[in-house]
Design a protein around this ligand. Structure first.
Ligand code: UDX
Length: 452
């Protein structure tokens, strides 16, 4: 067993994927959650949510190292019995779109309680996404207030942003492209670096460890998510430019742009807009944070505005094809914010449904291979939920493709023609061959218009 034991405070995507991967590598992990049901599932070796390969790693741990992963409902105990504590709590968006640090604050209090009675040096690592200053001025200060201990002297304090994407959480945890370590002092950063040198071993030959201060590390995460969101809104803006000229194709344009050695082609896919648990939350959080410091971001305002407008734009495209949609039956193929997940947070489908309702469309039916149930929790009876593609298309007068699931990619123009009342199709993710579909049925696609 590795010399440092680790407590993971928070058992969401970041926390549980780390806990499972660490323990699978011979590290003793005490995870902690206040949710007793979740703790029991984890202790029974069951992943409490779906994430690719998580269950497999948990099965391996159960088979080979079952005593190395334990989940408690007592964070104070978890901290007391370990050497390193990682804070992996959520940082949701408040109603005013600023960051809600409530879970971070209460976890810092629990750590403070634990450190009050602990004499040995302990390292605290914030891995949640937090606005600059939070690790030092909130987490560090609360721990000091409660425990009477000093950061950089009695305990170590680091900030290590996490870049994992849903559906790739295990892969991203095992093979990151860099590790960013912000430290309150050298000793804190050295201890975390030593831990990762053990955990990653040879992988570090292709994965630099960057050392910096706490605030820079906090800002790296926002820099990352804001640039990715900006790339998407930039591609969407150019899709709108492309639609001003017949036969210009945004997919070809972005392929040409992305091959520049200074750029890359990832996150340049134009579409109906980004969703997910991070992009909106983080772009809004850093925007609100900078505003609170007296700086108004024009760039991020535009990134969010362009994204919101894509949902309106796809409905405009549908009306150009069909005429007024009010009174007609409309189908949404795909509801989740991206393929491979049932996550509905900030999904483009929500904005599209709201826009359809605003225009008086009441007969909306959606189908998603995985997200029907979560969509119903999110959107209730704003629409009906089909159990299959066939049911979704049946009798419909216009289909909007919202999420690029593989099963939708297999559909042919005939599938729409046979099953819909009038086979109007708008491709919101550019998954269909433009020429083929445009020649076969009334068709529109983001980022391209044909010559009439
Ligand atoms: C993202 C970041 O990728 C990850 O590093 C961070 O830690 C959390 O946020 P995630 O939200 O899981 O991860 O999904 P991602 O694959 O990044 O996609 C986000 C959204 O952008 C999806 O709605 C997707 O459809 C959209 N997207 C992505 C585009 O519209 N175009 C693209 O080219 C790429």
């Amino acid at each position: 067993m590795y010399k440092y034991k680790v407590s993971i405070l928070g058992t969401g995507f970041i926390g549980l994927c780390s806990a499972a991967c660490f323990s699978n590598k011979g590290i003793k992990v005490l995870a902690s959650t206040h949710n007793e049901k979740k703790a029991k599932l984890i202790n029974d070796g069951k992943a409490p949510f779906f994430e690719a390969n998580l269950q497999e790693i948990m099965d391996d741990v159960k088979k080979n190292n079952s005593d190395l992963l334990q989940c408690l409902t007592d964070p104070v105990k978890a901290v007391l019995e370990t050497d390193i504590s990682m804070i992996t709590q959520g940082t949701p968006m408040r109603d005013d779109k600023s960051i809600d640090l409530g879970f971070i604050e209460s976890t810092a209090r629990e750590i403070g309680e634990a450190l009050k009675t602990k004499d040995k040096y302990h390292l605290i690592v914030v891995r949640s996404t937090v606005v600059p200053g939070t690790t030092r001025n909130l987490v560090g200060k609360i721990i000091t207030e409660i425990s009477g201990k000093e950061p950089g002297k009695d305990f170590g304090l680091c900030m290590q942003p996490e870049f994992l994407a849903e559906g790739r959480s295990i892969e991203d945890t095992l093979h990151p492209d860099r590790i960013v370590i912000g430290g309150v002092d050298k000793r804190s950063g050295d201890m975390l670096q030593e831990f990762y040198e053990y955990f990653y071993g040879d992988h570090l030959q292709n994965c630099p460890i960057l050392r910096m201060n706490l605030e820079s590390a906090e800002l790296v995460k926002y820099g990352n998510n804001c640039l990715l969101s900006t790339k998407i809104s930039y591609a969407n803006e150019f899709a709108n430019f492309a639609e001003l000229v017949p036969n210009v194709d945004i997919a070809q344009v972005m392929a040409g742009v992305g091959l520049d050695y200074r750029l890359n082609s990832r996150f340049l896919n134009a579409g109906v807009g980004f969703g997910g648990s991070c992009f909106h939350k983080d772009v809004n959080a850093i925007k609100a944070w900078s505003k609170s410091k007296g700086y108004t971001s024009r760039l991020l305002e535009a990134v969010l505005g362009i994204n919101d407008d894509q949902a309106i734009h796809i409905v405009d495209m549908a009306e150009e094809l069909v005429g007024k949609l009010a009174g007609k039956k409309v189908t949404l193929l795909g509801l989740a914010f991206k393929p491979g997940t049932d996550d509905m947070r900030e999904a483009a489908s929500i904005r599209v449904v709201d826009e359809l309702l605003k225009r008086g469309v009441t007969d909306i039916i959606g189908y998603d291979p995985k997200a029907n149930e979560t969509a119903e929790v999110e959107m209730g009876d704003k629409l009906k939920y089909a159990k299959s593609i066939t049911e979704a298309l049946n009798d419909s007068e216009c289909t909007l493709l919202i999420t690029e699931w593989d099963e939708f990619k297999k559909l042919t123009p005939d599938d729409f023609k046979k099953q819909m009342k009038t086979p109007n199709l708008v491709d919101g993710r550019r998954i269909y061959d433009y020429e083929k579909f445009n020649n076969a049925l009334p068709f529109k696609a983001i980022g391209r218009v044909n010559l009439d």
